[in-house]
Ligand binder design. Sequence first.
Ligand SMILES: NC(=O)c1ccc[n+]([C@@H]2O[C@H](COP(=O)([O-])OP(=O)(O)OC[C@H]3O[C@@H](n4cnc5c(N)ncnc54)[C@H](OP(=O)(O)O)[C@@H]3O)[C@@H](O)[C@H]2O)c1
Length: 258
Amino acid sequence: MSEMRGKTLVITGATKGIGKAIGEKFAKQGVNVAFTYNSNKDVAYDIAKEWEETYGIKAKAYPLNILETDEFKPLFESIDKDFDRVDFFVSNAMIYGRPVVGGYGKFMRLKPRGLNNIYTATVNAFVVGTQEAAKRMEKVGGGSVVTMSSTGNLVYIDNYAGHGTNKAAVEAMSRYAATELGEMNIRVNAVSGGPIDTDALKAFTNYEEVKAETVKRSALNKMGQPEDIAGAVYFLCSDEASWITGQTIIVDGGTTFK
Ligand SMILES: NC(=O)c1ccc[n+]([C@@H]2O[C@H](COP(=O)([O-])OP(=O)(O)OC[C@H]3O[C@@H](n4cnc5c(N)ncnc54)[C@H](OP(=O)(O)O)[C@@H]3O)[C@@H](O)[C@H]2O)c1
């Protein structure tokens, strides 16, 4: 879509999985991409180089730890130096491993510390990132924000209480943001994904079981891939979605209904 060429996407956590697929989708359409990494610096630099060479756009990787929300302001200041505008912001990165101990698990084993970390990574990161992005979008006449959610806030997923409740919270927060940022011509939506085959899912203790169950439950009889999410995010940022704001689009291969 030519209307997208030359615009800028800022996305958190695009070294792999869903974030990488979203970044590449935008890059393919001529959108410049400023994206963040946490632990995979070399991978991130390689991705930026590859997108620049393949798609003729500008792509740059920046460090960010979403648990340190003070990092968002300097992040956007660095992006200001490298990119002339910000049009789209996708809040995608998610923590795993040690920081989610006490947050990923059965209800009786949940601990405030782990739950708070997931809240910070999910809701606070969306709020602070969107605030910084919105200031830039206002200067160019508007923009679009998408937060990643998951259907684990609608249906039971083993050990997912901490993430599921925070995904429900970020969906609600995105509706508040949509209502208040509309006057700046900024649309805000959520994409709620069903299980997608990424490293985050591989970290589930019952990964093989979840995968098999997803294929079984899907109306399309297949596992979700990162690219299956990227199209919906791209659509929500495009002018084709100009009247869509404050919504959650479920992209789950029909797995949630049965
Ligand atoms: N996979 C699913 O089934 C599924 C379904 C629905 C929704 N989602 C949501 O989609 C989003 C992406 O998930 P994914 O499955 O693509 O995950 P993933 O493949 O594990 O990728 C996670 C990304 O987050 C970054 N990251 C990790 N810890 C971070 C931290 N402390 N600070 C900043 N960035 C950090 C990683 O960067 P480094 O590689 O540099 O560490 C990586 O780029 C998440 O919001 C997730 O909840 C996933």
